[in-house]
Design a protein around this ligand. Structure first.
Ligand SMILES: Nc1ncnc2c1ncn2[C@@H]1O[C@H](COP(=O)(O)OP(=O)(O)OP(=O)(O)O)[C@@H](O)[C@H]1O
Length: 305
């Protein structure tokens, strides 16, 4: 399966509910061939944004396009954009495979697309079991299978890891990375920041309806130097702490005897030790993780509006 490239461009997208600016002049780009994490505190406007992209909510202003075309103007949208906005629902007594076949026949897709999509999400062994007997994880997989039926170049998933066990989460990560590696555009919202750090190539962070930061995960993490720490081990901790304190660094002792230094990078700590004649046995730069960066960037903007 090869896929052409179809970027998502969100431009000045806005949604007002009476006085509430649920989404406020939001612009960002989601690139093809990459997984983009869409992050924001509760009530930030993520679901509203995704729903506007898919034509399910009418924007107050602004646009969202897929390869330059609005969702409503796409020719056979199922072939362009697959979306999973909430855990899938299906007729309780219908089997997984029949659920997908019904969608295929309504959308004019070949029957065999149902078998392929089911295989892709690992549900073939449960193909003939009734939906009501599916676990939450199986329902999530079926929802993704439905989104994949038209072999779309864009995938949009709202909290896809909900209800998945650790193995399911790992499976989801591998699937989404593989779909992006095929050249697809994959946009996924999640609250699981540790998972996002492992999954996403790029992030878009919003809060209170507005863009806070977008870019490659590495760049976003690297830009928050104030949050990074250096771990250092020395047989002369008192001398090193004194030398570092002169440079406005904060030094804390760890239970294992090492020190953590905030406010300097590893090279600066190494240089200070060298100048003070202090012997080092370990020197490791520890970058802030996505959770720390997220909390710092959205501080004061989180919460229910
Ligand atoms: N139909 C609606 N009418 C009025 N207000 C709404 C409507 N839909 C959403 N909102 C409000 O818009 C804001 C953004 O909601 P949205 O569901 O988009 O946020 P979210 O980032 O997806 O949040 P969460 O992470 O909690 O799912 C919230 O304050 C919400 O209460």
């Amino acid at each position: 399966m090869t896929a052409g490239s179809e970027e998502i461009v969100v431009s000045h997208l806005t949604k007002h509910y009476k006085k509430l600016r649920a989404v406020d002049n939001l612009s960002f780009t989601v690139h093809s061939g990459r997984v983009t994490g869409f992050l924001g505190p509760n009530g930030a406007g993520k679901t509203t944004t995704l729903r506007m992209m898919l034509g399910l909510v009418q924007p107050t202003a602004g646009t969202a396009t897929f390869g330059g075309v609005r969702y409503a103007d796409l020719d056979r949208p199922i072939r362009h954009v697959g979306a999973v906005l909430e855990a899938s629902s299906a007729h309780k007594g219908r089997s997984g495979i029949n659920h997908l076949r019904v969608i295929c026949s309504a959308a004019g897709l070949p029957r065999q697309a149902a078998d392929e999509a089911l295989a892709r999400v690992g549900l073939t062994p449960a193909a003939k079991r009734k939906f009501k007997g599916y676990s939450l994880g199986m329902k999530q997989r079926l929802g993704i299978a439905a989104a994949l039926l038209g072999d779309p170049r864009v995938l949009i998933l709202d909290e896809p890891a909900n209800g998945l066990d650790p193995e399911g989460i790992r499976w989801m990560r591998d699937l989404l990375k593989a779909l992006a590696a095929e050249g697809r555009t994959v946009l996924v919202s999640s609250h699981l920041l540790g998972e996002m750090q492992q999954l996403a190539d790029d992030v878009v962070i919003i809060a209170a309806g507005q863009l806070i930061r977008q870019g490659p995960v590495d760049e976003v993490l690297g830009s928050m130097t104030g949050l990074s720490q250096v771990r250092v081990r020395t047989p002369q901790p008192a001398e090193l702490a004194a030398a570092l304190s002169e440079q406005q660094a904060t030094v804390a002792a760890l239970p294992d005897g090492a020190l953590t230094v905030t406010g300097l990078d590893a090279a600066q700590v190494g240089h200070a030790a060298f100048k003070a004649g202090v012997e080092l046995h370990e020197l490791t730069g520890e970058r802030a993780d996505l959770e720390q960066v997220f909390l710092q960037l959205t501080a004061g903007k989180a919460g229910i509006r």
